[in-house]
Write a protein that binds this ligand. Structure first.
Ligand SMILES: Nc1ncnc2c1ncn2[C@@H]1O[C@H](COP(=O)(O)OP(=O)(O)OP(=O)(O)O)[C@@H](O)[C@H]1O
Length: 333
């Protein structure tokens, strides 16, 4: 595995800092009282360094999208703090956020749902530039540069989103997100809806753009295989909490949390002999509901290593090496 730019970035000021972030959605209202809230995200903390990719992974429903949406203030957290370049943006009114908005952008899972079907590609990519007050000629030139940057042609600019394939539509979403030269892009499962053959192209494109523009990514995926290639660091979420967070090599080569190990054991190995010989860890059951999480370590009902303490005491996320944190009473060493 080659070292990548972010592997060496340990001292730079964070572009994004997240501390004890939480989101509890109100429970449905019953005849007499409201059901307990859904704690979708609970005590999540991490930094994103300039120009790096933080992969955020976990099974469906673990709180990845909710976290991603809070990072760019599409959703207001119910607890904790989000700082962009040291400035607390957690509760800043939208009007105060406006000057910063161009610096953090989001790419969505379904490119068609996130592109206005009644606008041409030119209008879609131009919108954030227009909001910044750029002149019409500067916008035209910039949009042509952007469309080429994402591997499409200027002829595509007069077409509408439905005239594109899923992969092409995602390229347009990426061009729009990068139009204002953001420092951070939160990409919420940007390749999950695409054919496998196209997924690698889009991941490769995002990597190339990062090298050219120095943008940092929070790349959300439910599969550790998808984020392996481009992540400098990886955070693994389970039931609203981060259970392991570390450099790519730590997480993929020496996973410490039993949940990370189980997720990794489901990632196919390229070598068929290694694939046949490997240990496969099958997790029992589905993740519990965040409306009624189990006591102690919330992973204990599915954990092959669970002991008495795991049923009563929640482990905290703590460093186990200089480059990794893990929340487990019995981490792999
Ligand atoms: N608006 C909402 N109201 C109530 N509960 C919600 C709301 N949005 C999400 N949830 C719940 O919060 C939890 C986390 O959801 P979230 O979409 O963040 O997970 P996820 O890991 O991104 O899953 P997926 O990969 O399926 O999108 C889930 O239990 C979900 O049902």
């Amino acid at each position: 595995m080659h070292p990548r730019r972010g592997d060496r970035m340990t001292t730079d000021t964070a572009v994004l800092s997240v501390r004890d972030l939480g989101m509890t959605f109100p429970g449905p209202r019953g005849a007499l009282r409201r059901a307990p809230g859904v704690r979708a995200v609970d005590g999540v903390s991490f930094d994103v360094r300039p120009g790096e990719t933080l992969g955020l992974v976990g099974e469906s429903g673990c709180g990845k999208s909710t976290t991603g949406r809070m990072l760019v203030r599409l959703l207001d957290p119910t607890a904790g703090q989000v700082s962009f370049r040291g400035q607390d943006i957690t509760r800043a009114p939208q009007r105060q956020l406006r000057p910063l908005r161009s610096k953090f952008q989001m790419i969505f899972q379904d490119p068609f749902a996130s592109l206005n079907p009644r606008k041409t590609v030119q209008q879609i990519i131009a919108a954030p530039l227009r909001a910044q007050g750029a002149s019409p000629s500067a916008i035209r030139e910039e949009v042509r540069d952007l469309i080429r940057l994402v591997g499409l042609a200027p002829e595509h600019l007069e077409r509408y989103p439905h005239q594109f394939s899923g992969g092409q539509a995602q390229r347009i979403g990426i061009a729009r997100a990068l139009a204002t030269r953001p420092e951070l892009v939160v990409a919420d499962e940007p390749v999950s809806a695409l054919d496998v053959s196209i997924q690698a192209q889009i991941v490769g494109l995002m990597e190339r753009l990062q090298a050219e523009l120095g943008v940092a990514y929070v790349f959300i995926a439910h599969d550790l295989a998808v984020v392996k290639h481009l992540s400098h660091r990886v955070a693994v979420m389970y039931l609203g909490r981060i259970v392991e967070l570390g450099d790519r090599a730590d997480v993929y080569e020496r996973p410490a949390h039993p949940y990370t190990k189980a997720l990794l054991s489901a990632v196919p190995l390229p070598d068929p002999a290694a694939e046949r010989a490997r240990e496969r860890i099958v997790l029992l059951g589905d993740p519990p509901s965040p409306a009624s999480p189990p006591p102690g370590c919330t992973f204990h009902p599915r954990c092959p290593k669970a002991q008495a303490i795991c049923r009563t005491e929640a482990p905290v996320l703590a460093p186990d090496t200089p480059t990794r944190q893990v929340a487990c009473h019995f981490p792999e060493t």
